[in-house]
Design a protein around this ligand. Structure first.
Ligand SMILES: [Cu+2]
Length: 176
């Protein structure tokens, strides 16, 4: 398993500094991400796991209503031959394929790709998201700037059935 991570420091600032710091962080994020509706990744080298962040909850969910979960951090895995299709044959799959995010709010995706090849989360027909999911454990930051429902699929050649079916290598990013 690789230990490098790709993320922004999205830790909440202290209460005293929260207002100004949040504004600066927001401006910095917007500046860095002005060109595209996009994945953003900044390399951080971790040596022997000594600099691993403190454990986080499996899923940190913030709700704006009873029916609309906003996921600040999503942990998911990618596994070859793990999910049965209609005839019982096992297919490649992401453990989570449908995400609900808040427009303009960065979401961390912590992805453990247990396969030995790349996969991807690539939106079709807009959205501009193209996350190349490399083997190993990586953290990506996803910022969807506008509201909408964007279908994505894995564009890295893998399991043809999975690439064509929601719930396997295909799904939806819903930005509210
Ligand atoms: Cu794939």
């Amino acid at each position: 398993m690789q230990n490098d991570t790709h993320d922004f420091d999205l830790q909440e600032p202290s209460d005293a500094d929260q207002r100004n710091t949040s504004k600066r962080i927001g401006v910095a994020l917007l500046s860095a991400l002005a060109a595209v509706l996009a994945l953003v990744a900044v390399d951080v080298v971790v040596i022997n796991g000594a600099q691993n962040p403190a454990p986080r909850p499996v899923v940190n969910v913030v709700r704006v209503s009873d029916t609309t979960p906003i996921q600040r951090t999503v942990y998911l895995s990618v596994s070859p031959g793990i999910k049965p299709g209609p005839n019982g044959k096992l297919h490649d799959a992401f453990s989570v394929t449908n995400f609900t995010v808040r427009a303009g709010q960065p979401v961390k995706l912590v992805i453990n790709n247990t396969d030995n090849g790349d996969h991807s989360i690539t939106t079709m027909g807009g959205g501009g998201v193209n996350i190349i999911v490399r083997p190993g454990l990586h953290t990506y930051t996803l910022l969807v700037r506008t509201q909408g429902r964007f279908e994505w699929m894995c564009t890295q050649p893998c399991d043809p059935y999975s690439m064509a079916h929601v719930g396997y290598m295909r799904g939806y990013i819903t930005s509210v």
